[in-house]
Ligand binder design. Structure first.
Ligand SMILES: C[S@@+](CC[C@H](N)C(=O)[O-])C[C@H]1O[C@@H](n2cnc3c(N)ncnc32)[C@H](O)[C@@H]1O
Length: 301
């Protein structure tokens, strides 16, 4: 079904879209749908979430573990944004059946999903251009990024230490990496982790946007101490201009602390990194921001 373009998006409840919701959207519906979600959420966030909870009871694409949105909502590992969901985004997974497939086509085509895929490319590019010898990867998840890096740089001597809380993510990543001995896994919570060495590059994506500002500053301070003189720390965080926030929060139950570049830099200053030349880059969708911090200390000669 193609939704009528002149529909009054502001005043229509999700229930009135039942055909579109049940059959799943097609490409020509995407703009309408996004406007509908975004205006509905802006106008009445609580009502919008309640309507989506209702929709979920009726529509598989929002409650089945075989779909992107349903899997995310169900949180089979006990938290949102687990390694399997992230790897479904990296591998452009689409579930079975017409409606689920259409909703997964929609989810995978959106800027937020593309931004996750772009951050994999962003990290690989950092590794290929900076050629760090030792990397610390905090909250490493599925390690699809590391696998692709080594696939393209088979003789690379670079070693990576991965700190990851979830043992199931570590097992999944070790299997994906074919137990590559250049990668060491440390199963630990970043809240209690203590580094035993320093690194040329410290990278963390898909973690800090789960943190309150206070926790962000506390963990950032800890990571600054892990960067060797002249080395770099790069932190990913979803932007407060994410155009898919309504769909993620309503449809997927995926809540993040969205932040602006200015907020990220302010948090870096609060963590004591004012002299680390903080600046923020973004991937091509502008949804995933990356704050760069460089250790101003010089390597002893
Ligand atoms: C959204 S995924 C990101 C994975 C990876 N960085 C990426 O971008 O592909 C978040 C990962 O953080 C891990 N995680 C969450 N809280 C953590 C914590 N406190 N300490 C260490 N890892 C954590 C989760 O288990 C999950 O694998």
């Amino acid at each position: 079904m193609q939704a009528s373009a002149n529909m009054q998006t502001q005043s229509v409840s999700l229930n009135l879209l039942s055909d579109l919701l049940e059959e799943g959207p097609q490409v020509q519906d995407y703009n309408f749908l996004n406007e509908f979600f975004n205006s509905g959420y802006a106008k009445d966030p609580t009502g919008f979430l309640a309507q989506f909870a209702d929709v979920r009871k009726r529509i598989d694409a929002f409650s089945s573990p075989k779909s992107i949105a349903g899997f995310c909502y169900l949180q089979p590992y006990g938290y949102a944004g687990d390694f399997q969901l992230i790897d479904r985004l990296y591998t452009n997974y689409k579930g079975p059946g017409k409606a689920i497939q259409r909703w997964d086509d929609f989810a995978q085509s959106q800027p937020a999903a593309q931004a996750v895929r772009n951050r994999k490319a962003y990290f690989i590019n950092l590794l290929e251009t900076g050629k760090p010898d030792k990397v610390l990867n905090i909250a490493s998840g599925p390690c699809r990024d590391i696998k692709e890096y080594y696939d393209h740089n088979q003789d690379a001597a670079m070693v990576i230490d991965c700190v990851e809380l979830d043992g199931r993510a570590i097992q999944y990543a070790q299997h994906l990496l074919n137990n590559d001995t250049r990668v060491t896994f440390i199963q630990q919570n970043i809240l209690t982790y203590r580094a035993t060495r320093q690194y040329k590059l410290v990278w963390s994506a898909g973690l800090f946007d789960y943190f309150s500002d206070n926790l962000f500053v506390r963990i950032l301070r800890k990571l600054l101490a892990c960067v060797e003189p002249g080395g770099k720390l790069v932190i990913g965080n979803f932007s407060d201009e994410n155009p898919n926030r309504a769909f993620m929060e309503g449809g997927m139950n995926w809540f993040l602390h969205h932040r602006s570049p200015e907020q990220l830099i302010d948090l870096a200053k609060q963590a004591g990194a004012a002299s680390w030349n903080p600046f923020v880059e973004q991937e091509p969708e502008g949804v995933n921001l990356f704050m760069h911090l460089s250790n101003p200390d010089k390597m002893a000669t």
